[in-house]
Design a protein around this ligand. Structure first.
Ligand code: PMV
Length: 326
């Protein structure tokens, strides 16, 4: 009747950008990400037969409107499967700023999927949990697993994520936070506008499918340089595709571009760092753990007003024993 789960954010190295089915959150292409070891979302779901409607508290603030509605619809999926009609109180703490392109919806819906399915008594394996999390936010399907994770396109049954063996690759990610505020346009709206109006979209989908294959081969041979180059290229192609939409979608700011240039400067100086961006102005840098401090120092010199998070590969979603952590 009550369960708590924690999930970490993931950052895509090969991006998900575009839905084949909006209701089921089925992606046009496959994608691949790194789950981070920082900034988890911790969510408790508690059934309460005395309340007439679901309640949502985010970081101590009771929610109404869109975010409550999204959680309500998600809980309906869990209730449909469990046969219960009881409403719930959802309490979620996000340890990173939400809505800043830091994949907070990924950790949020992965944690909610695990906590809600446990609270309603569903016994889901990781694959079923990944499919459920996908319904909340596409990228959440990947935060069920730790390390390097791929998410398959397909139908409702076959579109889930699974871990990828990345033995021999030691990955770090330095996140440069330029702006922690809400993003100007949601990823769903931006994706739909891009698929509907950008003439570059078919090329994006075809090229991403190819880059995902190349990425899987690069990971299998533990080729850090190829992994990095594919990461930066795929991100630039995604943002170029958005620039072709109308009205155009642009998450890159002048400060973002300066940081992307800083990655090229680092590489010219012999330090491998590769930039990637999501649905916000912040920039993430894939590098080797031994280089993370040097990468962060150069980025901080480039943008003294940016804040930094330094992460390694992290674990997948887990249920939290509240008695043990109280
Ligand atoms: O999970 P959503 O619907 O917020 O989409 C996330 C999209 C990107 O973060 C830009 C790319 C990705 O694959 O995570």
């Amino acid at each position: 009747m009550r369960a708590t789960a924690e999930a970490n954010p993931n950052i895509a190295l090969i991006k998900y950008w575009g839905k084949a089915d909006a209701a089921l959150n089925l992606p046009v292409t496959g994608s691949l990400s790194l789950t981070l070891d920082t900034a988890p979302t911790r969510t408790t779901v508690e059934l309460d037969s005395a309340i007439a409607d679901d309640e949502l508290v985010l970081s101590g603030v009771a929610q109404t409107g869109r975010s409550l509605e999204r959680v309500r619809r998600f809980l309906d999926l869990v209730r449909d499967e469990s046969g219960s009609t009881v409403k719930s109180r959802v309490d979620s703490v996000n340890l990173i700023p939400t809505g800043a392109g830091l994949a907070s919806s990924a950790s949020a819906f992965a944690a909610l999927a695990a906590a809600a399915s446990a609270a309603y008594g569903l016994d889901l394996d990781d694959r079923a949990l990944s499919r459920l999390a996908r319904r909340g936010s596409g990228s959440a399907s990947r935060s069920i697993f730790g390390g390097v994770v791929r998410w398959f396109p397909g139908d409702d049954a076959s579109s889930f994520a699974e871990p990828v063996d990345s033995t021999g690759l030691d990955l770090a990610m330095v996140v440069a936070v330029i702006d922690a505020g809400e993003k100007s346009i949601s990823s769903t709206e931006a994706m739909n506008r891009t698929t509907a109006t950008s003439p570059f979209y078919p090329a994006w989908a075809e090229s991403t499918t190819r880059q995902l294959d190349e990425m899987l081969r690069a990971i299998a041979r533990a080729d850090f340089t190829a992994v990095g180059e594919l990461t930066e290229s795929n991100s630039l192609r995604m943002h170029a595709t958005m620039a072709g939409a109308w009205p155009p979608v642009r998450y890159q700011r002048a400060a973002s571009i300066a940081l992307i240039d800083a990655a090229a400067e680092l590489r010219a100086a012999g330090v491998e760092a590769y930039a990637t961006m999501d649905a916000g102005p912040n920039v993430k840098f894939l590098c080797r753990p031994v280089d993370a401090d040097r990468v962060e120092a150069h980025l901080a010199a480039t943008d003294p007003s940016a804040r930094f998070l330094s992460a390694r590969a992290g674990e997948g979603v887990r249920l939290v024993d509240e008695a043990a952590t109280a």
